[in-house]
Design a protein around this ligand. Structure first.
Ligand SMILES: *[C@@H]1O[C@H](CO)[C@@H](O)[C@H](O)[C@H]1NC(C)=O
Ligand SMILES: *[C@@H]1O[C@H](CO)[C@@H](O)[C@H](O)[C@H]1NC(C)=O
Ligand SMILES: *[C@@H]1O[C@H](CO)[C@@H](O)[C@H](O)[C@H]1NC(C)=O
Ligand SMILES: *[C@@H]1O[C@H](CO)[C@@H](O)[C@H](O)[C@H]1NC(C)=O
Ligand SMILES: *[C@@H]1O[C@H](CO)[C@@H](O)[C@H](O)[C@H]1NC(C)=O
Ligand SMILES: *[C@@H]1O[C@H](CO)[C@@H](O)[C@H](O)[C@H]1NC(C)=O
Ligand SMILES: *[C@@H]1O[C@H](CO)[C@@H](O)[C@H](O)[C@H]1NC(C)=O
Length: 384
């Protein structure tokens, strides 16, 4: 073997060695602001000393324990009141550290040093703080579809797709960072027929990923005072694990239903209680529209751990053609009362006008009499 090859061998071996060492670090993912446990175990023995150290540029004291009690005099201020050991389990060899209200500064490598009268050991943990992709907002106005999500860490990536597939013009999403958390949004303007295309937006950050899909269904037509069924045709047949929300005109929540529980619980918002009919096993909305006021856009939203489907349906209403039976009593009586009232008012006005007319006629007569007498006086003035 030539010296060059040997040198390569040494480098490779050294890389493997450090690689193995690095691979020994336990990776602990933790959500921003959550509580997390940094695991560390040892062979139970007497005379336990525990030092938890964060290894940044220099060693930072996180938590110490010896003489059977916590020793926090030298604890770094950043960890004040945020660390604890499982005291009753230390004698059993559990030196795991609980860290609360985790921040991004807590990220990095931690050393768990254990000393006992049997010897000592060091264990390393990599704490990785993340804020997984939560809710995605997706909406459509005209030919523009907008997708956004916030409170994410690490930096997210957003991608669009359509069904059926189309080549979409690449657009750069807007990314903002506020107090370390990222928000991302993107608007897609297309000349695709929005009524026949499903738009999907996927946000990925580290290991977390969510997809939101928006589509429009054919308009549903119905008559006032009949039961109308608005379907929610998501590309999922199995509703288990989904949460359903129906809303009206993009603002008013109609009902929420949780299919993650059996039997699924339905919560109908107050003004809609009279209108929503019994829920079937499906996600569709059974509605008895009481007036043309219920015409508008109905949105069905189905969400599980990884994805959200949003479906818009326009409900077109026309007045009920059948007269009589189907009308409620108020609707029949109201016009009758109105006619009678109008007739009465008319009569009263007529009488008033008539009386007034008579009176002013009398008045006019007396005035003309006065005028006549005045002119009479005038005429009768004798010249000097
Ligand atoms: C140590 O004890 C805590 C509390 O009971 C437990 O959550 C944790 O899993 C234990 N750690 C190990 C490594 O056994
Ligand atoms: C830590 O806890 C102590 C006692 O519970 C309290 O007096 C102190 O204000 C706390 N400090 C912080 C920074 O929360
Ligand atoms: C999208 O564009 C690529 C090349 O830019 C082309 O090969 C492909 O056929 C196009 N796909 C569609 C669905 O138009
Ligand atoms: C939206 O797309 C349609 C084609 O599907 C096009 O006819 C229409 O002009 C577009 N509207 C706007 C506001 O761009
Ligand atoms: C899409 O449907 C809505 C009503 O559901 C309609 O007003 C609109 O004209 C339709 N757009 C296209 C491009 O077909
Ligand atoms: C709901 O939206 C439709 C169409 O956008 C509109 O015509 C209707 O007035 C709205 N209804 C209410 C009660 O806001
Ligand atoms: C969500 O995605 C994860 C990873 O891709 C997968 O393991 C999990 O089963 C998915 N959950 C649901 C409810 O689809």
């Amino acid at each position: 073997m030539s010296p060059v090859k040997c040198a390569v061998c040494v480098v490779v071996v050294a890389l493997l060695w450090t690689g193995i060492l690095a691979a020994e670090d336990v990776q602990v993912p933790c959500s921003f602001q959550d509580s997390c446990v940094l695991p560390c175990t040892f062979k139970p023995a007497a005379g336990v000393i525990i030092h938890w150290i964060q290894q940044r540029t220099d060693n930072i004291q996180v938590h110490s324990f010896y003489d059977n009690e916590d020793q926090l005099d030298y604890q770094d201020q950043r960890y004040l009141n945020r660390t604890s050991l499982y005291k009753d389990q230390i004698s059993g060899g559990n030196a795991s550290l609980q860290l609360t209200a985790v921040t991004f500064q807590d990220q990095g490598r931690y050393k768990c040093y254990i000393g006992t009268n049997q010897g000592n050991q060091e264990t390393f943990i990599q704490l990785e703080v993340q804020a997984p992709v939560g809710k995605i907002d997706i909406q459509q106005v005209g030919n523009t579809t907008t997708c956004s999500s916030k409170g994410i860490y690490p930096q997210p990536v957003l991608t669009w797709s359509t069904d059926p597939p189309h080549n979409l013009t690449k657009q750069k999403p807007t990314v903002q960072q506020d107090q370390e958390l990222f928000s991302i949004s993107s608007s897609l303007v297309t000349s695709l027929n929005v009524n026949k295309t499903a738009f999907s937006c996927t946000v990925t950050a580290g290991k977390s990923r969510r997809t939101a899909t928006l589509s429009q269904q054919a308009t549903v037509s119905g008559e006032v005072n009949t039961v109308i069924s608005i379907p929610c045709k998501a590309s999922t047949s199995d509703l288990r694990g989904f949460k359903l929300t129906w809303s009206f005109n993009h603002s008013e929540t109609i009902l929420m239903r949780d299919f993650t529980e059996t039997p699924s619980e339905v919560q109908v918002q107050d003004p809609w209680k009279q209108l929503v009919q019994g829920m079937s096993g499906s996600a569709s909305l059974e509605l008895q529209a009481s007036s043309l006021q219920q015409e508008g856009i109905y949105t069905c939203e189905l969400s599980d751990a990884n994805k959200t489907h949003i479906i818009y349906t326009f409900l077109k209403l026309k007045p009920n053609e059948q007269k009589g039976e189907q009308r409620n009593p108020v609707q029949i009586i109201a016009p009758v009362i109105a006619v009678i009232l109008l007739a009465l008012i008319g009569l009263v006005i007529f009488i008033i006008i008539k009386r007034k007319g008579n009176r002013s006629e009398n008045k006019r007569d007396s005035t003309s009499e006065e005028m006549a007498s005045l002119s009479h006086v005038g005429n009768g003035r004798k010249p000097d």
